[in-house]
Design a protein around this ligand. Structure first.
Ligand code: FES
Length: 178
């Protein structure tokens, strides 16, 4: 693995990874990681949502690629993927994109609070702090979401998706979707 500063960015936290593209993980469902074989071993890089369909459709296994990435808590997060050989006729890679911000509003009113929404809120905040894209996830307390009997309730924005009977143990799984 080679590593150097991004020439076009003053932010020294960018790292250049070079190697052979091994595919996406997981192979089925919603692939969130790209596997790369570098000179010093295999590396897993998280890829933002806007890049996933492009990579799945255009990159051939074994293609030589460069990945500009940000190192974050022992993992890498791609900001740009550039084919450099072995994969002809590849469309231009997407430029750096900002991840979509999700807000999880946790109801803290009477019924939900009695059912443990305070603990759920803390568990979501802890899971967010461990999440590779945690900067793009906000956890907020809110008032009654009008479905009190199904609490603790959480509303996910911008999708306006309501999650009912949320338990502390579900926090990591809920955040893994974003
Ligand atoms: S008290 Fe939580 S939805 Fe009403």
């Amino acid at each position: 693995m080679s590593s150097s500063l991004h020439p076009a960015d003053a932010d020294s936290s960018f790292t250049l990874l070079e190697g052979r593209y091994l595919g996406l993980r997981p192979k089925q469902g919603r692939p969130k990681w790209l596997k790369l074989k570098t000179k010093s071993g295999k590396v897993k890089v998280r890829i933002p949502k806007p890049m996933r369909s492009w990579i799945a459709a255009e990159l051939e296994p074994d293609a030589l690629i460069q990945v500009w990435a940000k190192a974050k808590k022992k993992t890498y997060k791609a900001v740009q993927v550039i084919p450099t050989g072995g994969a002809a006729a590849i469309a231009p890679p997407p430029v750096k994109t900002e991840p979509m911000v999700h807000t999880l509003k946790v109801c803290m009113k009477g019924s939900c609070r009695k059912r443990g929404s305070g603990d759920v809120c803390r568990a979501l905040e802890a899971a967010r702090d461990q999440h590779p894209e945690g900067d793009a996830i906000r956890i907020e307390k809110t008032g009654c979401l009008k479905c009190c009997k199904k609490g603790p309730n959480v509303c996910v924005l911008p999708e306006k998706k309501l999650l009912h009977q949320v338990e502390v143990e579900q926090a990591e799984r809920i955040l893994a979707a974003y």
